[in-house]
Design a protein around this ligand. Sequence first.
Ligand code: F3S
Length: 62
Amino acid sequence: MKTKVDPETCIGCGLCPSIAPDIYEMGDDGKAFAKEPEVSPSQEDAAQEAADGCPVDAIEIE
Ligand code: F3S
């Protein structure tokens, strides 16, 4: 599984790093980013939960 955050869409709500701190982090610009684009199997549920919970659908998963 791979993930990334679209910085144009992210409104900086902070949900994704609170759900999945091992994957997402807030940048200095106030937008979230994926620390590692490759999500390990043990983190997949957290990544999916963050993507589902993002209020503006800024998180892509493939
Ligand atoms: Fe941004 Fe969505 Fe995360 S708005 S901070 S990508 S939950």
